[in-house]
Ligand binder design. Structure first.
Ligand code: DHB
Length: 400
């Protein structure tokens, strides 16, 4: 026996993108059902990036969702580029009148999951055998087995694939009807979480002869830091002492700056990849976030891009469902991809600017130093950086 559920929008993926979309649809009186193969606790404890653009914070705080971004997050009005031990501050507020917020992705999830609870939203966590289908019909379906072992089928008008970089929804679309664009990088990030007070009031993106490092924060007592490593690095080869001396070496400089060290309780190697699949719509299937595109982590664009997809997609679905106007759905892929490629460029450019490419020639190494100097010495260069980092602030006006 298959239990059938009828809804307007079936959403695969209960990460921030899927739940934000479900919430926005709810505000417009449109019902949805969300499924995810991960259990709620796993999503709440999966560490991802921690920076929200101004437009993302607006989306999270102005739409009636539970959000602790303003109360527990930290507004950052600038960031520091540390090149060979010398600080260059990018003053976001002074340059483009915008800020970013340090508020980790897993906390965004916790807030949105509570929002769905409060609104009585249907979210199935811990499902298995998820199988979307029928995109080419006007009654697409999502088959799955819920956490209790009951076989279920969602019958809906639209399916949204917000199911991350290993998307089942994307892989259900025949390869012949989509284009893939991908780029590999010859390095990865070694990420740590540690118990220590913050080492700096703002983020430090450091470039040194030993490679890239990023000093980020989580709270008054927990910090997040990363350093460039080889993709096949094994975290077990890295003792606490070895990690701290490598991080310190990458931020050393004439100012004598020292990181505040503490017990490291999480070590992970994060792979780097750029990926885009086009188009982001296949009949009644719409892809959003990492299901359609992945950026390298430098600049923390991943979640922000996903939320931006969701904003555009929400407007398109609302117009289609409430007014029968499908022009927004028809334009969704092009609208979303315009921003996706801007962010792809920014993430990949910021990566190459700050990382050491083990295969690069001496010429390339020195050219990059020239590029960085040209950028950081120019008010226009810093403004370009500030504008892209904060999410092209003039552009992200909410129309809800
Ligand atoms: C964080 C991650 C990023 O990729 C970045 O660019 C900035 C901050 C973080 O996890 O805090």
């Amino acid at each position: 026996m298959v239990e059938e559920l009828r809804t307007t929008v079936g959403i695969v993926g209960a990460g921030p993108a899927g739940l934000m979309l479900a919430h926005l649809l709810h505000t417009a009186g449109i019902d949805s059902v969300v499924v995810d193969n991960r259990d709620r606790d796993t999503i709440a404890h999966t560490h991802r990036a921690g920076i929200l653009e101004q437009g993302s914070v607006e989306l999270l705080t102005r739409t009636g969702a539970v959000s602790r971004a303003h109360t527990e997050g930290h507004q950052h009005e600038g960031t520091v580029f540390r090149v060979d031990g010398v600080d260059h501050r990018i003053d976001f507020q002074g340059l483009v009148g915008a800020s970013v917020w340090l508020y980790p992705q897993n906390e965004v999830f916790v807030d949105l999951a509570k929002t769905r609870d409060a609104d009585g939203g249907a979210v199935f966590y811990g499902v298995s055998d998820t199988q979307p289908g029928g995109f080419d019909t006007d009654r697409p379906t999502i088959d799955f087995t819920d956490a209790d072992g009951t076989a279920r089928r969602i019958i809906c008008d639209w399916i949204v694939g917000a199911d991350g970089s290993r998307s089942v929804c994307r892989t259900t679309v025949p390869e012949t009807t989509r284009q893939r664009y991908a780029h590999q990088y010859p390095f990865a990030w070694f990420g740590i979480l540690c118990e220590a007070p913050p080492s700096a009031p703002e983020l430090i993106y450091a470039r040194s002869e030993r490679g890239f490092a990023l000093v980020s924060q989580r709270s008054d007592t927990v910090q997040r830091m990363y350093f460039q490593c080889s993709p096949d690095e094994d975290p077990d080869d890295w003792s606490e002492d070895r990690i701290w001396s490598e991080l310190q070496a990458r931020v050393d400089g004439p100012d004598g700056y020292r990181l505040t060290t503490g017990t490291i309780f999480d070590k992970t190697v994060l792979p780097f990849r750029s990926y885009v699949t086009e188009p982001m719509r296949h009949g009644r299937l719409l892809l959003a976030g990492d299901a359609a595109h992945t950026v390298p982590p430098t600049g923390a664009k991943g979640l922000n891009l996903a939320l931006q997809d969701v904003r555009v997609l929400f407007e398109a679905l609302r117009d289609a469902v409430t007014r029968g106007d499908e022009s927004g759905i028809d334009g969704y892929s092009d609208r979303a991809l315009a921003r996706v490629w801007k962010a792809q460029n920014f993430s990949s450019w910021m990566t190459s600017l700050l990382h050491l490419d083990p295969q690069a020639s001496d010429f390339e190494f020195r050219r990059r130093q020239g590029e960085l100097r040209g950028l950081l010495e120019s008010a226009h260069g810093r403004a370009y950086l500030a504008e892209a980092y904060t999410g092209w602030p003039g552009e992200s006006t909410l129309t809800i």
